[in-house]
Design a protein around this ligand. Structure first.
Ligand code: BJW
Length: 262
């Protein structure tokens, strides 16, 4: 299943087989500490578009036009229209069997942390407790004048761009390209990368840093890396096991087998 030196994402080269699931479950059964990382792929089966790939958000919108501080400075209304559209899709979406299986995994490990790159809030809605939303949350906003954060749940937005009571612009409380990951989230992430026995990486293209470097970090610390994705990614090279297919199929299967083995 591992593909050796391939660096680039490519077409699906191999299908998951029972041996790979067995190897993953065997390792999980002996692990005390599990770290899970998710990306847009985990929410794809809830009907939320991913960023890259044939149906990805970046096909119609250039990242530099929408997910950067300079884009927001140039045209906050355009950026907010994009977020308003995505908030409309996410408001109707529900956690899928992949989200629910990760919630089940949380209950099976003494030490568990989920680091999600997603801003959709679906993991939280699955009931998970130990979570870092490393790129923020698109239901939270903050005032560009004083940085104060609040929730803004209106769908659609009442005004675009939305404004704070003080009259300044509000921005989505998410991390755009070129912005730093909040210090506390990064510190806790690196602590978990050092401490985990197993890292499970689900539905990310593995091209956006710093998360793209996390699998190599875990390998460097002697941890075991399991990847779940529809296709090969740059992470496939670092992964000890790669399971190719839908996370909403594979994760419940892992939970089922893990319960049997305990
Ligand atoms: C399925 C599936 C199914 C589908 N089942 N799977 C080091 C080297 C080079 C560059 C940098 C570096 N360090 C920092 C940078 C710059 C930059 C960066 O990474 N650039 C790269 C593009 C090269 N990083 C940053 O700027 C970060 N900040 C930072 O590091 O600060 C310090 C610093 C700054 C500058 C220089 C150096 C240091 C911040 C990154 C913020 C990313 N923000 C976004 C938007 C968030 C808000 C929003 O949502 O609007 O985050 S961009 C976008 O990409 C979003 C995502 O979280 C992120 C990752 O995407 P993800 O989740 O992987 O989605 P996709 O679509 O790419 O992949 C989906 C996958 O699912 C695919 O593989 C499918 O196959 C799979 N899939 N269906 C399983 N059913």
């Amino acid at each position: 299943m591992k593909t050796g030196g391939r660096r680039c994402a490519g077409p699906l080269k191999a299908k998951m087989n029972r041996g790979d699931i067995g190897k993953a479950v065997g390792k999980l059964a002996g692990a005390k500490s599990l770290l899970v990382i998710t990306g847009a792929g985990i929410s794809a089966e809830s009907g939320i578009p991913t960023f890259r790939g044939s149906d990805g958000l970046w096909n119609n919108h250039r990242a530099e036009d929408l997910a950067t501080p300079s884009a927001f400075e140039r045209d906050p209304a355009v950026v907010w229209q994009w977020y308003d559209w995505r908030r409309g899709i996410i408001a109707k979406a529900m956690p899928n069997p992949g989200h629910l299986a990760i919630k089940d995994l949380e209950g099976m490990f003494g030490h568990f942390l989920l680091i999600t790159q997603n801003v959709d809030g679906l993991h939280e809605r699955s009931g998970i407790r130990n979570i870092i939303e490393i790129h923020g949350n698109l239901w939270r906003v903050r005032c560009v004048r004083d940085g104060r954060g609040s929730m803004l749940m209106d769908v659609p937005l009442k005004e675009v761009p939305p404004r704070c009571a003080c009259g300044a612009l509000l921005r989505p409380d998410v991390v755009w390209f070129g912005e730093s990951i909040p210090g506390e989230a990064l510190r806790r992430s690196f602590q978990a990368l050092e401490a985990c026995d197993v890292l499970l990486v689900v539905g990310t293209s593995g091209v956006v840093y710093p998360v793209a470097s996390f699998p190599e970090e875990v390998k460097g610390n002697g941890g075991f890396v399991i990847e779940i994705n529809m296709e090969e990614t740059p992470i496939t090279r670092a992964a000890d096991v790669s399971l190719f297919g839908r996370s909403g199929d594979i994760l419940p299967e892992i939970v089922k087998e893990l319960k049997k083995s305990r």
